[in-house]
Design a protein around this ligand. Structure first.
Ligand code: RM4
Ligand code: MN
Ligand code: MN
Length: 399
C-alpha cells in the first residue's frame, strides 16, 4: 500500500461500524432441526455478553440488534435492558418486531385479510417503536413472513393495499430520531407470492409510508444471478438505502458468513457506496448489520469472521481511484475501468487494518485473540451448568 492508500483505508475504517444480531449468539436451526452448541447464549444477558466480547475484540460492533419477542420478556422495562447492554459495553441497536411467530399470523400480519390481526400486528410494531424510543435506538427493522402459497389464495392487490395502510400507520408513530427499515425476501415461508418479494416492492412501500422509511438490503435475499450492487446504487441514488443485513448467499436465503462465497460481490457493494459518497462529498448514513445464524461454525467465531471480512472489504473498496474510474468510463475504456476495481480488490489492506487496530489498542488478529481468551470454553462450561440448573433441554426436531 502507498501512504495515500494507507490513509484512505484508515479513514474509511474510522467511521465504519457493524451491528451484531442478538439471535446470532443463541441456538437456532434449520427448518428440519437444531444443532446445539454448549456455548450458545441462553438469555439476553448471555447474548449481550457475547456481543460485548465481539465488540471488545474488534472495536467495530458497538450496537446489538434485538428481536422483540425473543429478547424482551412481557412487561420488561426497556431501560433495564439498555442498562444491561451498557454493562456489557454495547448499546441496543435496531429493534426487530416479530410478526411471524404468533398463531394469529397463519394468514399473515400486515397482509392478513382480517382487520383484527392487522391491528394486532400494528400494535406490536407501535410497542416496538416505543421500546426503540426508550432505549435510544435509531432503527426499527421490519421483516414480514407474509405471502401466499397458492395462486388465487388471496388478492395480491388487496394485500399490497393492506401493507401500504399499516406501514403508513406505523411510520406515523416514529420518533424524530427513528428510521423504519423495510426488508424484502423473494420466498420462504411463502412460496407462491411473498408480499414484499423484492427491492422494488420495498422501495414503493417505503416511499408511501413516509420520509423516514428506507429499504433494508439483506444480502442473502436475492436470486443467484441478481446484481445486488446495482440495486444498492439505485437505492443510493434515490436516497432510499437504509441498511444491510450481512450474510452470503448460495441460493436465495442463506445464513452464510459474509464474503464466504463471493467476497468480490461484497467489495462491489461497498464500492458503490464509496463511489456515491465521493460524488456527493458525504457518506450516506447506512445501518450495517449482520443477519446470520450459524449451526456449524462456532457462533462467536463466525461473527468475528464476518466483522473482519466486512472491514477488510470496506477498506479495499475505499481504495478505488474514482477520478481514474470516471476518466475510463468517459472514454469507454472498459478494460481499464474494470482493472481499477480489480486493483483495489486485490490490494492487501492488512497494514491499514493493523494500524487501525493498534491505534485502538486492539489485538492485530481478533479471531486469534478470541481463541486465546478461552471465552468460548468458559461460556460452554457456565452455560451447560446453568442449563442443568434451569432444567433446559437442548432438543427439538422439525416434527
Ligand atoms: C428472515 C429475515 C429477517 C430475520 C429473520 C429471523 O429471513 O432475514 O431479517 O430477522 O429471518
Ligand atoms: Mn434479514
Ligand atoms: Mn433472511
Amino acid at each position: 500500500m502507498t501512504s495515500a492508500q494507507l490513509r484512505r483505508a484508515r479513514e474509511a475504517l474510522e467511521t465504519f461500524a457493524v451491528e451484531t444480531p442478538s439471535w446470532g449468539f443463541a441456538d437456532t436451526g434449520t427448518r428440519f432441526g437444531k444443532f446445539f452448541q454448549a456455548a450458545a447464549a441462553i438469555d439476553l444477558g448471555d447474548k449481550l455478553a457475547d456481543a460485548g466480547h465481539v465488540h471488545a475484540l474488534t472495536g467495530c460492533c458497538p450496537t446489538v440488534a434485538v428481536h422483540v419477542l425473543w429478547d424482551f420478556k412481557a412487561g420488561e422495562d426497556p431501560k433495564a435492558v439498555a442498562k444491561l447492554a451498557r454493562a456489557h459495553g454495547v448499546k441496543i441497536g435496531a429493534i426487530n418486531p416479530n410478526l411471524f411467530q404468533d398463531q394469529c399470523y397463519k394468514w399473515g400480519s400486515f397482509g392478513n385479510g382480517d382487520a383484527a390481526v392487522r391491528a394486532h400486528a400494528l400494535q406490536h410494531c407501535i410497542d416496538s417503536i416505543a421500546i426503540g424510543k426508550a432505549v435510544g435506538s435509531e432503527y426499527v427493522s421490519l421483516w414480514f413472513a407474509d405471502g401466499t402459497n397458492y395462486p388465487g389464495q388471496d388478492s395480491i392487490r388487496d394485500r399490497k393495499r393492506r401493507f401500504e395502510e399499516a406501514l403508513r400507520a406505523c411510520h406515523a408513530k416514529l420518533g424524530p430520531k427513528q428510521t423504519m427499515l423495510v426488508e424484502y425476501k423473494p420466498f420462504e415461508p411463502a412460496f407462491y407470492a411473498t408480499d414484499i418479494a423484492d427491492w422494488g416492492m420495498a422501495l414503493l412501500l417505503a416511499k408511501k409510508a413516509g420520509p423516514r422509511a428506507k429499504v433494508l438490503v439483506d444480502t442473502g435475499h436475492h436470486y443467484n444471478a441478481q446484481n445486488i450492487e446495482q440495486i444498492v446504487a439505485w437505492l443510493l441514488d434515490e436516497n432510499m438505502l437504509g441498511g444491510f443485513h450481512f450474510n452470503d448467499r448460495r441460493y436465495a436465503d442463506d445464513d452464510l458468513t459474509l464474503g464466504s462465497i463471493d467476497p468480490y460481490q461484497v467489495f462491489r457493494i461497498f464500492h458503490e457506496i464509496h463511489f456515491f459518497a465521493a460524488d456527493r462529498g458525504k457518506m450516506p448514513s447506512i445501518a450495517y448489520m449482520i443477519d446470520q445464524c450459524h449451526n456449524e461454525k462456532p457462533k462467536i467465531e463466525a461473527t468475528i469472521q464476518t466483522v473482519l471480512m466486512a472491514q477488510e472489504l470496506y477498506a479495499k473498496a475505499a481504495l478505488v481511484d474514482h477520478a481514474a474510474l470516471r476518466r475510463a468510463q468517459a472514454a469507454n475504456n472498459v478494460v481499464d475501468a474494470e482493472l481499477i476495481l480489480k486493483r483495489a480488490f486485490f490490494t492487501d489492506v492488512t497494514p491499514a487494518l493493523t494500524a487501525w487496530r493498534k491505534a485502538r489498542k486492539l489485538a492485530a488478529d481478533p479471531l486469534a485473540e478470541h481463541r486465546r481468551s478461552g471465552y468460548a470454553k468458559q461460556a460452554a462450561a457456565d452455560r451447560t451448568r446453568r442449563r442443568k440448573e434451569l432444567g433446559l433441554v437442548q432438543g427439538g426436531s422439525f416434527a
